[in-house]
Ligand binder design. Structure first.
Ligand SMILES: Nc1ncnc2c1ncn2[C@@H]1O[C@H](COP(=O)(O)OP(=O)(O)O)[C@@H](O)[C@H]1O
Ligand SMILES: [Mg+2]
Length: 274
């Protein structure tokens, strides 16, 4: 059955690196209008999961659907063409280039001209659109669009990466630990940006370690453990301690939808939802 609210769905994803199983028959879904947090221990497979959704790796098995239609992404370019933008942990910026050039990295605007011939870059239009985009997202921390990205603070650089995703991501925006390297104030600015993007109608996948942050911003929490989604919960119906327990496997969601102790020696293969 297809749920009209689901924008991006994955079913039964598998990814192996030699003997390591990074994604173990995992499911995933994100719905219109939401911030979906993805939490899990180091090595649980969060980054691998979002790489599979954004074309940065090709899964060994499983299916992905966008707006109810099956899709196959063999490269990040194909996922971007479909409207899925990803902010990776490494940010992928050109430090010596300015902010405007980084916003249009890999897809620059060119002047009109004879089709088929190499047309000149339209720096003026890129600068204007870059400034408009930062303004629309309320990014006030950047004053000069002509500044080299290498000269920016960590938070400013993150803001540029998020602005770039928001500029081109029409269906889903995925962010892998966007605040991991930031201070409290800068983290808050990124969270505000995420809320603004969601309010503009584009759902956001947020991978984060920071439980208070997750509880502040997420509409639903996808809990990842040992390569697969083990539970999906709503922050309003669950405590941080319970989410951590589900993450580490100390707790499970019982048949009746309550959070219970994990029984020793029973591998929890069934997903729980509350
Ligand atoms: N390129 C790779 N080559 C080999 N093993 C990898 C690679 N990427 C991830 N892994 C392994 O897959 C597992 C999941 O990693 P990852 O998706 O990065 O988890 P997380 O983001 O939750 O920390 C880990 O055991 C990790 O060592
Ligand atoms: Mg990771």
């Amino acid at each position: 059955m297809t749920d009209p609210e689901v924008v991006l769905r994955a079913t039964g994803l598998v990814k192996r690196y030699g003997n390591v199983v990074a994604i173990r028959e995992s499911d995933f879904d994100i719905r219109a209008g939401e911030v979906l947090a993805v939490v899990g221990d180091n090595g649980a497979g969060k980054s691998s999961l979002i790489k599979a959704l954004s074309g940065a790796l090709v899964p060994d098995a499983g299916t992905i659907e966008l707006d109810g239609r099956p899709v196959t992404f063999r490269t990040p370019h194909q996922a971007r063409e479909a409207g899925i933008e990803t902010v990776y942990q490494t940010l992928a910026m050109a430090p010596q280039m300015d902010i405007a050039a980084n916003l249009f990295l890999g897809r620059p605007l060119r002047r009109g001209g004879v089709p088929g011939l190499l047309r000149m870059l339209d720096h003026g239009r890129m600068r204007r659109q870059a400034a408009e985009q930062l303004d629309a997202l309320g990014i006030a921390t950047i004053q000069d669009i002509g500044q080299a990205v290498g000269a920016l603070s960590g938070g400013q650089r993150q803001a540029v990466a998020v602005a770039r995703a928001a500029m081109f991501g029409s269906r889903v925006i995925i962010m892998d630990e966007p605040t991991a390297a930031l201070g409290v104030r800068e983290s808050h600015q990124v969270l505000e940006l995420i809320t603004r993007i969601r309010d503009r109608g584009v759902p956001v996948v947020l991978i984060s370690h920071d439980m208070p942050q997750v509880f502040e911003i997420a509409d639903r929490i996808h809990i990842h453990r040992l390569g697969r989604r083990t539970a999906v919960v709503r922050p309003s119906q669950c405590s941080m301690t319970e989410v951590v327990g589900l993450m580490t496997g100390a707790l499970r969601i019982a048949e009746d939808g309550t959070v219970a102790e994990q029984r020793l020696g029973t591998p929890n293969r069934k997903e729980g939802h509350i």
